[in-house]
Design a protein around this ligand. Structure first.
Ligand SMILES: Nc1ncnc2c1ncn2[C@@H]1O[C@H](COP(=O)(O)OP(=O)(O)OP(=O)(O)O)[C@@H](O)[C@H]1O
Ligand SMILES: [Mg+2]
Length: 602
């Protein structure tokens, strides 16, 4: 396709010069009363080609531009997901860049690539055509193409400095785009729909959207306005060169030094040289090159921000003895001088359970992320059986760890794929690629696995395994918050059955009803008996069952011990526990004694 594009470009670039010469020959033949058949046929053929090749080239350009955009999107998606850490997705600067890069083909910072490619094609054709026409003038005088071509070429340079082709991808445009985008998403995404109505915000959203869009259009308009001075200078230069060349061509014709045919050739060549100018070639080139450069830059930046280097030790069967967190200090890249964890140490014997409690923002989830090696600590180490986590093979470690995150993913996929993505999706991928993947379970084995995990999570009979868990798909259903949480739990339990040995549960029962919580917690404990379990929870009724409890405060462990030990110490844990117990005793409505059942979809 690219070869065809360049071929058409060359043809279209050379045709106008051929047409000028052909017309001159035709006029000469008329003047000499010679046969007109050949010149007429040639001029006619050139004319038809000139008309036909343009639209063909446009279609090819659009196609090529679309393919390039698709390729860039592929590259960007790959760059986002192929990095093993998540720092690149949580870095605010990169997030802004990513957002713009993601929208590059929507015509806000530059025209879509399909349009740009047509602009570029047109611009290059004109440039080539103008230069070819200028070359024809060599037949008249050696200096004529230099003067005329030079004048027209200079307009590129002069207007390059003007606002016509100024970069539209500025911080201000990005900000306006962000605001407009956010307002739009607020309006169309279901999660915010409730709040918008309850808190009376529709007008605010509309205002915000409209004003951000207006600002964007104003910025675009300003960026594409011309600057008068450079335009005037261009005009003066071009006018002078044209007057000079056309004057001398006319003088030569009047003196009889130039025949009528020659006059036609040189006059039309001189006029045709003007094709060199304008056309916005530079601007289109910049517009098309910017996203390519941005994706390349983002790829590199994301790799830097999100990479956690894999070690080489296999993690199979670990932790077999202990998991030790030693003096760990960690700050998020966006706030390097505000460490979330500072000097946190914990010793967790393999096969035991540890509960972590602490106030909102204490760093509990952050610690879970470090254990998954989504980030590395800035100081201190996490050791698995005495081996630094960084020295373990990353994939092998991730197979050993499973987690229910506080903000667990709700995949728009079937129940089966939500519960056992590694088996169900891994199988689909390995079916396509190689016959035996890591999770080469048969269909029946996967279904057994999924059903067992769902039963353990108290979600047996939730829906058929093929049901897609999102509205908008055929037969798709929407789950309640608590039902989703059970699915996320089942996903972790599946991983345990597939060999995970460290289970991280970050508020795994926050959305479950009281009866469900107690019952499920029993089952989780049974299902993860052989695992090392870390439970993060604000519910002390669950926390108290853990072998050890750590209270995290000010980035470090403030108290550590069993429930009984901590109660007798009458410190922070005792205070938090008593507060919550009192609330239970006085009986808030939601903790009442009524029969709690959970609806499951048949
Ligand atoms: N991606 C992030 N980038 C920057 N700061 C973050 C990020 N995630 C969390 N933080 C900050 O780190 C601190 C600890 O957050 P974390 O989520 O670990 O708290 P938590 O103990 O899990 O709280 P909660 O009980 O509310 O879940 C908070 O002050 C939070 O603002
Ligand atoms: Mg948290």
């Amino acid at each position: 396709m690219a070869a065809g594009w360049w071929t058409l470009l060359t043809l279209r670039g050379l045709l106008p010069a051929g047409f000028s010469i052909g017309t001159g020959v035709l006029v000469g033949a008329i003047e000499r009363h010679a046969s007109l058949v050949v010149p007429l046929a040639v001029v006619g053929a050139l004319f038809v080609l000139l008309q036909v090749l343009g639209p063909l080239h446009t279609a090819l350009s659009a196609n090529l531009g679309d393919r390039m955009a698709a390729w860039l999107y592929d590259e960007m998606t790959r760059a986002c997901v192929s990095v093993p850490g998540i720092g690149h997705l949580e870095d605010p600067d990169l997030a802004a860049d990513l957002q713009v890069a993601r929208d590059f083909d929507r015509g806000m910072t530059a025209p879509p690539l399909s349009t740009s490619m047509d602009f570029i094609a047109g611009g290059l054709v004109d440039m080539l055509a103008g230069l070819a026409q200028a070359c024809v003038l060599f037949g008249f005088a050696w200096w004529a193409p230099v003067a005329l071509g030079g004048a027209w070429l200079s307009t590129h340079w002069l207007l390059r400095e003007s606002a016509v082709w100024r970069d539209r991808n500025t911080d201000e445009v990005r900000q306006a785009q962000r605001h407009a985008d956010y307002a739009y998403r607020l309006a169309v995404d279901p999660p915010a729909a409730k709040e918008l109505r309850i808190f009376g915000l529709p007008d605010w959203v509309l205002d915000r959207f409209v004003s951000a869009r207006r600002r964007l259009h104003r910025l675009q308009y300003e960026a594409t306005r011309m600057r008068e001075r450079s335009v005037l200078a261009s005009l003066a230069l071009v006018l002078a060169a044209n007057v000079l060349v056309l004057w001398l061509v006319a003088a030569a014709a009047l003196d009889g030094r130039l025949a009528l045919g020659g006059l036609v050739v040189y006059a039309s060549a001189a006029v045709g040289t003007s094709m060199i100018a304008f056309g916005g070639l530079n601007w289109a080139l910049d517009g098309a090159a910017a996203p390519v450069a941005a994706v390349a830059r983002l790829k590199a930046a994301m790799r830097r921000a999100g990479t956690v280097a894999s070690g080489s030790w296999p993690a199979d069967g670990r932790p077999a003895h202990r998991l030790a967190i030693r003096d760990v200090t960690f700050a998020y890249p966006a706030t390097p001088d505000r460490p979330v964890l500072s000097g946190l140490s914990l010793d967790i014997p393999a096969g035991t359970s540890l509960a972590i409690v602490g106030q909102n923002g204490a760093g509990k989830t952050t610690l879970a992320k470090l254990l998954c090696r989504l980030y590395d600590p800035q100081a201190g180490t996490i050791e698995v059986d005495g081996i630094d986590l960084r020295d373990l093979d990353l994939d092998s470690w991730r197979r050993r760890v499973t987690a229910v995150f506080q903000d667990f993913a709700r995949f728009e996929m079937s129940l089966r794929e939500n519960v056992a993505p590694q088996a169900a999706l891994g199988r689909a991928a390995s079916d396509e690629a190689a016959p035996a993947g890591r999770c080469g379970e048969s269909d029946a084995a996967v279904d057994d696995l999924v059903s067992g995990a769902l039963a353990d999570a108290g979600a047996g009979g939730l829906a058929s395994l093929d049901t897609v868990l999102a509205k908008g798909y055929s037969g798709g259903i929407e789950l309640s918050g608590g039902q989703w949480q059970r699915v996320a739990l089942a996903r972790a339990l599946t991983a345990v059955r597939l060999g995970a040995g460290l289970v991280l549960l970050d508020e795994p029962t926050a959305q479950l009803d009281v009866r469900g919580e107690a019952e499920i917690f029993e089952r989780i404990l049974a299902a993860t008996r052989s695992c090392t379990t870390i439970l993060i929870s604000h519910r002390f009724s669950t926390v108290r069952h853990a072998d050890k409890i750590a209270v995290v405060a000010d980035g470090a462990v403030a108290e550590l011990g069993s429930h009984d030990e901590l109660m007798s110490r009458r410190g922070r844990y005792w205070k938090m526990f008593t507060l919550q117990a009192e609330r239970f005793a006085t009986g808030t409505p939601e903790e009442g004694e009524e029969e709690v059942t959970f609806d499951v979809l048949a």
